[in-house]
Design a protein. Structure first.
Length: 452
């Protein structure tokens, strides 16, 4: 007979020894009573423990899913968290190696008497493992079931000499040490009722490492639940912290949106004032173009009138020349008349003097008219040039007016968007504040259970 190698598992305690079966020497009657009690209470106990383990496993799986979802959300919100190592204090799933028990191995050569003596000599051993080769588990012999079989009246003759592996369960539940506790608990929960109390064999690297009893599974499940509560508390704390950061950021967004909205109101007022002024400028510009057009027309008309006056002045000059010639002829004729033509000669001299003055005035008028014509022509040319310049700028004024109104429309749209952002920020802040209160309530409800 070979004893299993020691592993870093938990040692058997006195409390564990107390839950094992009765000794063989308590007699057949005691064994019969024990079988009767176990037969009556086993189904209820099995279902009760099964329900408890199912609840614990479901809570554990739910908390693991919450933890994974929270960590994924943190990594999405914080890019640095994807590269950062696990935070100190982050809980890990407990290892089965901390809970396994070391039990003896038997081969095909050990008899039932050998196993019976082994179990009676070690009350804390819950089972014996049958290995067809060293370290390779092939069957399971549970202590209580084996004792019940060996308590029969004819057990000494029928069973004691026989190889013990013939009474082993050759299809035991075997798991690997690297499987998760949740998987092992789920596997244990779905075993038949007649095998619910059987130990689970644990292998590590294809070699027997030890076994887990129902009590060990309950302890593991309780440890998982406690760790899940702690993880949930950490998640809630982290979520509360992130929610507070989000709330602070949203407050900044709300303040910025409010400021943007106020600035948009000012811009709208300025744009409306500017639009009114631009409208007046455009109206004045149109009036200026009309005035310049009229001035140009008046200058051209003045040139035409000056031309006509110049023509009349020329006629007056010709008439003065003719009058001077006639006066000269009259003076000659008066000189021929002698004393009788003296008075007529005086009149002819006056007419000649008047014609001379008229001719001089007509020359002065002609010079003035030429100067006026030149000024009128220059004025008409300047008015035409200014009118062309104004007309060339008319398109720019119209384009500026159009752009100004488009800017005014854009300011109005920005103002509407800013108001919507502000309202959304206010609603989001209220929702985040509500979530913070819910998280704080959940965290407060977890603290009493964590203390227990």
């Amino acid at each position: 007979m070979t004893l299993l190698r020691k592993t870093p598992g938990r040692q058997v305690t006195q409390g564990d020894q107390a839950v094992q079966g009765k000794r063989v020497d308590q007699g057949n009657q005691a064994g019969q009573n024990q079988r009767t009690v176990q037969a009556a209470g086993a189904p209820n106990a099995v279902h009760g423990i099964a329900e408890a383990l199912e609840d614990l496993t479901e809570q554990t799986n739910q908390m693991n899913r919450m933890n994974q979802a929270s960590q994924a959300e943190e990594r999405l919100q914080d890019p640095e968290a994807r590269l950062a190592p696990q935070a100190s204090g982050e809980l890990k799933e407990p290892s089965m190696m901390e809970y396994i028990r070391t039990v003896p191995e038997i081969s095909e050569t050990e008899t039932c008497l050998d196993v019976l003596e082994l179990l009676m000599g070690n009350p804390g051993i819950p089972c014996v493992i049958y290995c067809n080769t060293p370290g390779n588990p092939s069957g399971l012999i549970m202590r209580d079931a084996f004792f019940q079989r060996m308590m029969g009246r004819f057990a000494v003759d029928l069973y004691y000499p026989k190889p013990a592996f013939q009474f082993a369960d050759l299809s035991p539940t075997i798991v690997e040490a690297d499987e998760t506790v949740s998987e092992v608990l789920n596997l244990a929960l779905h075993r038949p009722d007649d095998k619910f109390y059987d130990c689970i064999i644990v292998k590590q690297q294809e070699v027997l490492a030890g076994v887990l009893t129902v009590r060990d599974l309950m302890n593991l499940s309780g440890r998982l639940q406690l760790d899940a509560e702690r993880k949930r508390e950490l998640i809630l704390t982290g979520s509360y912290r992130h929610t507070s950061n989000i709330e602070a950021s949203l407050d900044d967004v709300k303040a910025a949106a409010d400021k943007t909205r106020a600035e948009c109101v000012r811009m709208r007022e300025f744009s409306e004032t500017g639009a009114d002024k631009l409208e007046r400028v455009s109206s004045s510009y149109a009036g200026l173009i009309g005035d310049m057009t009229r001035r140009g027309d008046q200058a051209e008309e003045l040139v035409r009138h000056a031309g006509r006056i110049s023509s009349i002045t020329g006629t007056i000059t010709e008439l003065a020349n003719q009058s001077s010639l006639l006066a000269m002829n009259a003076s000659i004729e008066a000189a021929h008349a002698g004393e009788h033509g003296r008075g007529f000669q005086v009149v002819a001299g006056e007419v000649q003097s008047l014609a001379k003055q008229t001719r001089k005035l007509a020359g002065d008028i002609s010079e003035l008219l030429e100067h006026i014509q030149q000024l009128a022509a220059d004025t008409a040319a300047a008015a035409g040039s200014a009118l062309k310049e104004l007309q060339s700028c008319e398109g720019d004024v119209e384009e500026g007016t159009r752009l100004f109104y488009e800017m005014q429309q854009a300011v109005h749209e920005v103002e509407l968007s800013g108001s919507q952002v502000y309202e959304l920020a206010v609603n989001t802040v209220q929702r985040v504040h509500q979530i913070k209160e819910e998280l704080a309530g959940m965290n407060a409800s977890l603290e009493p259970r964590a203390e227990q």
